[in-house]
Design a protein around this ligand. Sequence first.
Ligand SMILES: NC(=O)C1=CN([C@@H]2O[C@H](COP(=O)(O)OP(=O)(O)OC[C@H]3O[C@@H](n4cnc5c(N)ncnc54)[C@H](O)[C@@H]3O)[C@@H](O)[C@H]2O)C=CC1
Ligand SMILES: O=C(O)[C@@H]1CCC=N1
Length: 276
Amino acid sequence: MKVGFIGTGSMGSMLLDAFIASGALMPQQIFASNRSLEKVNLLAQRHPGLNVCSSNVETVKNSDIVFLCVKPLQYKVLIDEIGNEVKPNQILVSITSPVQTHHLESVLTCKIAKIIPSITHLTLSGASLCMYGSRINAEDRLLLEKLLGFISRPLEIQESHVRITSDFSSCGPAFISFFLDQWIQAAVEMTGIGRENLTELAGEMLLGTGKLLTEGGFKPHELQERVAVPGGITAEALALLKQSLDGVFHQLISTTHAKYDEDLSKCNTLFGDSKT
Ligand SMILES: NC(=O)C1=CN([C@@H]2O[C@H](COP(=O)(O)OP(=O)(O)OC[C@H]3O[C@@H](n4cnc5c(N)ncnc54)[C@H](O)[C@@H]3O)[C@@H](O)[C@H]2O)C=CC1
Ligand SMILES: O=C(O)[C@@H]1CCC=N1
C-alpha cells in the first residue's frame, strides 16, 4: 500500500511521523508534497526513503490513499488542481471538519473519507473520528481503520456530530492544557513550587485519569464522588469550580460551533453548494 500526504504542516507531519513510528508504514511507502517543498525535504531527512513529490499531482498519481492535510479554505484550490488525476479506486481522506464529504463527492470521482485526527496520535493514543462517503465499501473501511488503529482508536461518528466530537478529541488537548497551565501558574505563584515538577505530576495525573475513564470503567461523576470525601477538601474546591464555571461550557460549545458554521458557509460557497 502507498500512502500520500498533501500538506505537511502540523497535522500532515504529525500523521506521517506517527504512522512511521508505529510501524504502520515504512518511509518508502509514503509520498508527500507541500506548498513549500522545504517542509517535505525536512521530513525526508528525518525519514530516509520517504518519497518527496514536487507536485500534488505527483503525490496523487503514486498513492492508493491520500490524506489532504490543508486548512478548510485551501481545499477547493487543491481539489481543482488534483481533480482530473484521481482514479475511482483511490481513497481521498479529508482531515478537516467544515469540508463535507458531499462537497468532495460532488467534484471528485474517487472514494471519500473524512477522518479527524488529534495531536494525541503523536503518542499513538487518542481517538480518530471516522466518517465515510457513499463510495467507501466495507473493505475500504477495514483498510482505513486498520491503518488508523496503529496510531489511535478509530471511532465512526455521524458527520452531523463532527464539530462536537472534534471539540473533545482534537481541541480537547488544548482546552485541558489551558486549564492545567492556569492551575500550575497559580500554584507556582502561591507556593513557590517548581513549574517543571508540577507539570510532570499533572501529566501523570491526566494519564491516570484517562485510564480510569477508559479501561477503569469510571464515569466522570463517579470519579468526582469517589475522590471527594464528604466534608473534605476536594468537595470544597469542587463547589467553587461549579459556581465559577457556571455556563462556561455552553459558551465554549457555542464558540466552536459559530466558527465552524462560518467556515462551513465559506466552504459551501467555494464548492457551489446551496444546501446548508
Ligand atoms: N492542529 C490540530 O490539532 C488539528 C488540525 N486539524 C485540521 O488539519 C488541517 C491542517 O491543520 P494544520 O496541519 O494545523 O495546518 P498547517 O498550516 O500547519 O498545515 C497546512 C499545510 O498545508 C500546506 N498547503 C496549503 N495549501 C497547499 C496546497 N494547495 N498544496 C500543498 N500544500 C498546501 C501549507 O504549506 C502547510 O504546510 C486543518 O484543516 C485543521 O482543521 C484537524 C484535527 C486536529
Ligand atoms: O483549531 C482548529 O481549527 C483545529 C480543528 C481541531 C483542532 N484544531
